[in-house]
Each structure stands twice: as C-alpha cells, then as structure tokens.
Design a protein around this ligand. Structure first.
Ligand code: ACO
Length: 213
C-alpha cells in the first residue's frame, strides 16, 4: 500500500470512493438513511471538496492504483463552525440537518481555540476505508500519517469527531484524548425518541483532540 497526499486530479475518484464507502456506511449517515451505497450527496460532496482543497488530505493506494482509503483533513479557524451551522439549517435535507446539528451543537459547547491558545486546528474530518481493504490497519496508518503531517506543518492541535466505536478506538490508539462525548440515545426529540437510531455497537459521538508538543 502506498500513502500519499491527494492530488487535485484524483479528487473525483476520492468522491467516488466516498459514495461507495463512506456516505452510506458511516454510523450517523446510516442511522439517518442519508444515502444508498454508490449514491451521491450534494452537500456532503461540497464539504468534502472544500476539505480536499485545504491540501492536507491523504490516501492509501493499492498496487493496482486503486484508492483503498482516505483521510480528509481540513483547517478549522475561529468562527467557521458557527457559519457552517447556519448553512446546515438552510439545507432542504432533514437527515443532513439532523446529523450536522448534533455534531456542530456538541462542538460549539467548547472553544478549542481559547483552550489551546491557537488560531487554527488540524481537523481530521473524514476517515474512510474501502470495505474490501478493511481490517488491514489502513485507517490507523492514515491517522498516524495525518499527525505527522500536522506536526510538520506547524499545527499545535488536531481534532476529530469520531462517530463510531472503531474510529474512536483507532484515533485514541494514536494518542487522541476525549474532550467530550454524547450518547446517541440522549439526542432525542420532544417526545424523548432518539433522533438518530444509531445501530450497535456504535453508541456515542466523541470529540477527540491531540496536542502536539
Ligand atoms: N470490527 C472490529 N474491529 C475493527 C473494525 C471492525 N469492523 N474496524 C476496525 N477495527 C479495529 C481493528 O481490529 C484494529 O484494532 P487493532 O489495532 O487492535 O488491531 C483497529 O480498529 C484499526 O483498524 P484498521 O484496520 O486501521 O481500520 P480499517 O482500515 O478497517 O478502517 C474504518 C476502519 C475507517 C472505521 C472503516 O471501517 C470505515 O471506512 N468505516 C465506514 C466509515 C466510517 O465509519 N468512518 C469513521 C467515521 S468518524 C470520522 O470520519 C472522523
């Protein structure tokens, strides 16, 4: 497996990889029924392209030059999440709003810029491995290499919103710590019904961070 930065000419292939392996499989997307495998999602794709353009995303490529896995890393600056949350609420897709309102509302309880006295965070946004390449340590390697890249580029802090038990295990095994967690069972509507019926073994959203020395 070869690990490299994602060049612009492969952005389209990365989006195809995400349609086939992330948009339908990621625990919150799956709970909301956001897309079927292989299906596109305009807003998710716009977010993915914006992150790819930050230039910090990495991919694992097989011997046959097939994209086996990706980590989409972006730069988060003060005030950006507040703007993103306002945008989400203008979306016509109720399921998309449910997912991102949970993620953004939990994140906005904290000011990591203030906490760590930084003006940018290295944001590990999307971790995805092709189903036929899973269980070979590719995700873990992509996270390790993201940390090295953040360090090389002078970032002081990385963050990630890990939505499933395996991504939480992988990211924490690379030295991230939990800042905050929320059980999906507690994200309920006015009748106490879970808004996102996330399937076992995934039980919570974890906001994780790693401070670099
Ligand atoms: N069942 C049991 N253990 C698992 C599983 C699984 N399905 N997936 C990963 N693990 C464990 C491995 O056993 C391994 O443990 P070890 O280090 O003790 O041996 C560890 O997690 C690392 O596993 P990797 O092989 O590096 O993980 P993989 O390459 O299979 O990718 C991933 C894991 C990214 C979660 C993949 O299953 C996937 O793409 N899922 C769909 C999308 C998704 O949920 N992404 C994460 C959302 S959060 C975010 O994007 C920030």
């Amino acid at each position: 497996m070869e690990y490299t930065c994602i060049p612009e000419e492969r952005f389209g292939e990365v989006i195809k990889h995400l349609r086939d392996n992330f948009f339908a499989d990621e625990p919150l997307n799956k709970a909301a029924g956001l897309c079927q495998k292989g299906e596109g999602h305009q807003e998710l794709e716009e977010l993915s392209y914006a992150t790819l353009k930050d230039g910090f995303s990495l991919m694992a490529v097989s011997q046959d030059d097939e994209i086996a896995g990706v980590v989409l890393n972006g730069v988060l600056q003060p005030g950006e999440m507040e703007i993103a949350q306002k945008k989400i609420n203008m979306s016509d897709d109720e399921n998309f709003r449910k997912i991102f309102n949970l993620i953004y509302s939990q994140n906005l309880k904290f000011d990591l810029f203030e906490k760590f006295q930084v003006d940018r965070l290295f944001d590990l946004r999307i971790l995805s491995v092709d189903s036929k390449f899973r269980g070979q340590g590719i995700a873990k390697e992509l996270v390790k290499r993201s940390i090295a890249q953040a360090e090389y580029c002078g970032f002081k802090v990385l963050k990630a919103d890990a939505t499933g038990i395996f991504s939480q295990k992988i990211i924490k095994s690379c030295g991230f710590e939990t800042l905050h967690e929320v059980n999906y069972a507690k994200y309920t509507d006015e009748y106490g019904k879970p808004i996102l019926p996330v399937e076992s073994p995934h039980i919570k959203l974890e906001i994780l961070y790693k401070k670099l020395e």
